[in-house]
Design a protein around this ligand. Sequence first.
Ligand code: TA6
Length: 294
Amino acid sequence: MTNHPQLPDGAFITKSASDLPVITCTSRSSSYQLLLQGAQLLSWAPSHHFDVVWLSPHAQIIPGKSPRGGTPICWPWFGPASSSNLPAHGLVRAQAWIFEGYSRDTSDTDTLHFSTSTSPATTPDWPHCATLNLTYRIGPTLGITLETLNTGESPFSITEAIHTYIGVNDARSIEIRGLENSTYLDRLQEDNRFVQQGAISISGETDRIYVSNSQPCNIVDPEAKRIIQITTEGSQSRVVWNPWIEKGLKLGDLGTDDYLRMVCVECGNVSDNAVVVEPGNTHRMHIEYSVLPL
Ligand code: TA6
């Protein structure tokens, strides 16, 4: 891919086995890979840490598919589509984005900016005029900002999430804190609603949408001696997912034990927290990931 912004030192474009361009970068502060298709960060590891943003060793990096892992961008809907002929998790997580800019600051943090747009002509399955701006700030911490601008004449409603796969030492030994006393829809129990009692631990297939919670989330990983802290702005929902053994094998792009190496803690606006964007207005969602010692 030649028409991209100038890359900073330590960053270069590699090609996946199916010839998709991937930015690979190692700097003083972190290492990361970012797939230009879908503007999807595939992995991120601050210096001296193993991957915080995790990619399945069996991920398929092929045209038109969002690889298993990283930060798939779910927009303008989260989860199954209204119609079976449309993809789950929206229209943009495996499509071409415009790579707008790349810069590095003095703390060795890289800022990468992507955009895409929709309109009745280009996305008839979602016939609204919108521009989507996505900015990654990648360094000792990771910041992701997703801005939706309504460029049309009428309001539209979206649901959205950054579907982040977090690397853990063993999913059976972690705790997810910050969602206590929140209401969640259990996707494994016909979306029935429950209230979270205490911290979340993973001991089987887990698929829950927490609504109306904008609190920081901490993924406490005692075996890795680290806490992954997630804070957000403009996000009222969290999703916690682990496929566990049987679902993990069915997916086809997770290895036998990979379900133990990851947990999805996703932030967005889902279900009750759908967002209406008025003409000319911008909805902004920001998610920040930090690694704290345990
Ligand atoms: O975020 C959890 C979830 O909605 C699960 O229900 C599961 O479908 C997961 O997303 C993965 O979806 P994908 O389409 O990427 O296989």
